[in-house]
Design a protein around this ligand. Structure first.
Ligand code: SF4
Length: 479
């Protein structure tokens, strides 16, 4: 059976050759549901409504194109076994076999800048239009999130690139085995195949699994003959330093750090970085309690919509209360209530816990509070402790990322909603804002509370590991 090529496959291939192959041949059971895709589709619908000034039914289907409607949305086009669904077709007053008008394709860019993927997709859509209107589109449009339009000439060079990409895509799809993992593994964060690809990368000891190695460093190391994590762990530090210096690489001293990180990951044993194991969290000593703090954000909307706190008081025996049964204190930041009110609520909560360190993982929380304080002509709260920073200062860990998910999971912490992640939380938030269904809010709060608990799991390990001088200390409830 011959499967047609499509614009979606081309876009997958332009992001990662392996992704296109997996989209066609991969085991669907290994494919994760992708909240980013759901967010993109919801965003596309919203932006389409803003772009089109006519009822939805008037701008849908082939009839809309034949009638010459000003805009036609998501029309399926086919040509020579290739299909595509341009997001928008915009009418232009240039004659074609349709009448006194013709159409040009438009793509809604997710970000400010158009990419090669966007340009080649527009070229494909322009080419697919030819059988319908008798002429290929000579121009296309990139529309950014602000609604600004940028014209793109669909010149012969671009069309040639698009045809070459389609030929190479076809060749890749005929392979018996998938193409290698992409070098730039940052792309994997948004990919529905990341779980299976992560497993492959780990099994093969790929360089990309070493924390601190991105696409460029991986290429460089491979040029130097370092093929995988074990080879990096075995590389002589002086030699690698010299190689990086000779190539004019910034911060060549990173060579030592990368080798050490690869070694720790290969051995699976954490390594203390400070002689004598000083206490990484002295703020907890003698504190009457600790506030665990985590923000949930919608980065595209620049909206920190939830400030979640888990206060843990310290009992007379010097032990912190059990985090699992501690009362969770979420503060929803609804924009319509204004920032003044949010600021007051935050200040009240912090004032109710004088002298309690505020433990958070990563810089998001501290930056958000500092900026809010500036806008409120107020002073930023004191006592914030960035646990991520302390982990990095005191330990080298056998993890491929020092993010909360990776570090807490390494310590055995499990989120109560296993598939939850930041993007899914944003999706729940947007859905809750539209429909106000209680269960979506409950899922967000549960996820945020789990993040606070994960922060505490890491903090406990960090304190105990310093006290015992190794990484195998079990989590405890005292300081
Ligand atoms: S997870 Fe990464 S390597 Fe795998 S298909 Fe997706 S983008 Fe490619």
């Amino acid at each position: 059976m011959v499967h047609p090529l499509s614009d979606r496959l081309l876009r997958s291939w332009l992001r990662c050759r392996r992704k296109a192959w997996l989209d066609r041949h991969g085991d669907p059971a290994e494919r994760l549901w992708n909240p980013h895709r759901a967010l993109q589709l919801a965003d596309r619908e919203k932006r389409l409504q803003q772009c089109i000034d006519q009822p939805l039914e008037r701008c849908t289907g082939l009839g809309a194109l034949q009638r010459g409607e000003p805009a036609v949305r998501l029309l399926l086009l086919r040509r020579d076994g290739i299909c595509g669904r341009p997001t928008l077709l915009l009418r232009k007053p240039q004659p074609s076999q349709l009448g006194s008008f013709s159409y040009q394709p438009a793509l809604l860019q997710p970000g400010r800048h158009g990419t090669r993927e966007h340009r080649l997709t527009l070229a494909l859509w322009g080419w697919l239009l030819e059988p319908v209107q008798g002429t290929a589109a000579s121009q296309g449009w990139l529309i950014n999130p602000r609604g600004q339009r940028q014209r793109l000439n669909l010149h012969s060079g671009l069309n040639q690139q698009m045809q070459t990409a389609l030929t190479r895509l076809q060749q890749d799809l005929k392979r018996r085995n998938p193409p290698p993992l992409t070098h730039d593994r940052r792309k994997c964060t948004l990919c529905s195949w990341r779980r299976s690809c992560d497993a492959v990368a780990e099994a093969q000891g790929e360089l990309s699994t070493v924390s601190g190695i991105g696409g460029k460093r991986q290429e460089l190391l491979q040029e130097l003959g370092i093929a995988n994590r074990q080879a990096l762990a075995d590389a002589p530090g002086d030699w690698l330093l010299q190689q990086l210096e000779e190539r004019g690489i910034q911060q060549p001293e990173l060579a030592t750090e990368l080798i050490a990180q690869a070694t720790v990951q290969q051995r699976g044993i954490a390594e203390p970085l400070q002689a004598g194991n000083p206490d990484p969290l002295p703020e907890l000593h003698g504190a009457p309690g600790v506030l665990l703090y985590d923000i949930e954000s919608d980065p595209d909307a620049r909206d920190d919509f939830l400030h979640g706190f888990l206060p843990l008081s310290r009992g007379a025996d010097g032990r912190f209360e059990d985090a699992d049964s501690a009362p969770y204190r979420p503060i929803l930041a609804l924009r319509e209530h204004g920032e003044d009110r949010l600021w007051q609520r935050l200040q009240r909560l912090l004032a109710a816990h004088p002298g309690w360190p505020v433990l958070h993982y990563g810089e998001t929380e501290a930056i958000a509070l500092k900026r809010m304080a500036e806008r409120q002509n107020s002073e930023a709260p004191h006592g914030l402790v960035d646990l991520h920073q302390r982990v990095r200062q005191h330990w080298r860990l056998p993890v491929d990322s020092y993010g909360l998910k990776a570090v807490a999971s390494w310590r055995g912490f499990r989120w109560s909603q296993p598939t939850a992640e930041g993007a899914r939380c944003v999706l729940w938030w947007r859905q809750w804002r539209e429909r106000h269904q209680r269960h979506q809010l409950d899922q967000i709060l549960r996820y945020n509370r789990d993040d606070c608990l994960a922060t505490w799991a890491v903090a406990q390990w960090l304190s105990n590991a310093a006290a015992s001088g190794n990484d195998n200390s079990s989590p405890a409830s005292s300081d």
